[in-house]
Write a protein that binds this ligand. Structure first.
Ligand SMILES: Cc1ncc(COP(=O)(O)O)c(C=O)c1O
Length: 376
């Protein structure tokens, strides 16, 4: 098994030292600083691991259930604290999929499941979200795509990269599809809490015994650098299998990530932090919507949730060439090309970064580059 690079990561690697002056692609809320938590940190905290539980600090796991609305449906034993949602996805996929198993994934979608499934030698079945259909997940086609061989269905809700959102009724249907063939249903909820036109969807771990919820403090709270996330599942054997795999990679969580995440998720801090993130995200989204409307030939389906969406470029512009041109003088602006998601006619626009992001500057430059495209 060798894990191969994906175009999304390749682009990030190739452009890390580009030193852009503007970014039109922030995918997380404005990030807090360490000083925001110092009043609640104990200077005598041991920098050994938490010494209490291999699954993570119990009070942190309880907050995780609270923010997901899962108290009463799941127990703290059903929560495993991980190095971000990325590690939670990794542990679940690696322990559940065998060579030859089928995994059903969405496209466009977060590439991690496809990358890992390829390395495992699993068969990948893709269900396409169509732009003409508002990027909605076509549940009828998903139902056709599963079979007795389907071991797992992997989706993101809210969806990365389109910002589409499944409702409670649609999730029930998804559970019906998965349970009909006995498949695991992994729903990556890393963007949950940032819904713009509907309520937060229920977490799948509360709906289905083989439902796996993954999430983290990275996106809505902007705490990506803590590397703290979670997996929630009522299947005790899966949680144990994840603990065993992790024991053979990073072994345990980092104590600073756990402790700060526990503070950040305390209701007295979490509620105001989410209110701020929602207010700033909504303001940036309104600015982005107005800007897209003002650009000849540029269109998008505004994200219904989360901080990113795909915009269709005017005809004839290739996203990869456009994104690379944007990084050069005089624009010096970063955004992610849609080619990273197999959508070469699109660019990914982001409305994260909070109030300080200065979206205006980047958007002006993207507008200039679009205007000058024919001449370049
Ligand atoms: C859908 C999705 N899942 C997982 C991740 C990884 O997030 P984390 O920082 O929680 O590992 C990301 C980050 O971009 C994401 O968009």
């Amino acid at each position: 098994m060798k894990v191969k690079i994906h175009t999304l990561f390749q682009y990030l690697l190739e452009t890390t030292d580009a030193e852009p002056e503007a970014i039109v692609g922030f995918s997380l809320s404005g990030s807090p600083v360490l000083g925001d938590y110092l009043d609640a940190l104990d200077p005598k905290l041991s920098l050994d691991w938490n010494n209490r539980d291999f699954r993570g600090l119990p009070e942190l796991r309880s907050h995780v259930l609270s923010q997901a609305g899962l108290h009463g449906r799941c127990r703290t034993e059903d929560v495993l604290i991980t190095a971000g949602a990325a590690e939670a996805n990794y542990l679940a996929i690696m322990q559940l999929l065998q060579p030859g198993d089928e995994i059903v994934i969405e496209t466009p979608g977060w590439p991690q499941a496809e990358v890992l499934a390829k390395a495992i030698g699993a068969k990948i079945v893709k269900v396409t979200r169509q732009e003409s259909d508002g990027w909605h997940l076509p549940l009828d086609r998903l139902r056709d795509a599963v079979s007795e061989r389907t071991r797992m269905i992997f989706v993101t809700n809210p969806n990365n990269p389109t910002g589409d959102l499944l409702s409670a009724a649609q999730l029930d249907e998804l559970v019906d599809i998965a349970s009909g063939v006995g498949a695991w249903l992994l729903v990556d909820e890393v963007y949950a809490g940032l819904e713009w036109d509907g309520p937060r969807a229920p977490s799948v771990a509360g709906l289905y015994e083989k439902g796996i919820t993954t999430g983290s403090v990275s996106k809505a709270l902007g705490l990506q650098g803590l590397r703290t996330g979670w997996m929630i599942c009522r299947d005790a054997a899966l949680i144990m299998d994840a603990v065993i795999l992790r024991e053979n990679s990073s072994e345990i969580m980092n104590i600073m990530g756990e402790v700060i995440a526990e503070i950040a998720l305390r209701p007295a801090r979490y509620q105001p932090a989410m209110k701020k993130a929602r207010k700033e995200g909504a303001a940036n989204l309104a600015e982005m919507n107005a800007w897209v409307d003002s650009q000849p030939g540029l269109t998008w389906v505004p994200p219904r949730a989360g901080l990113i969406g795909l915009a269709r470029l005017p005809a004839g512009i290739d996203s990869d060439s456009f994104a690379r041109l944007l990084l050069q003088e005089p624009y010096r602006t970063f955004l992610l090309p849609g080619s990273a998601y197999d959508q070469p006619d699109h660019i990914r626009l982001g409305v994260g970064g909070g109030a300080e992001v200065n979206l205006h500057k980047g958007l002006d430059r993207v507008g200039e580059a679009l205007k000058n495209w024919g001449a370049s």
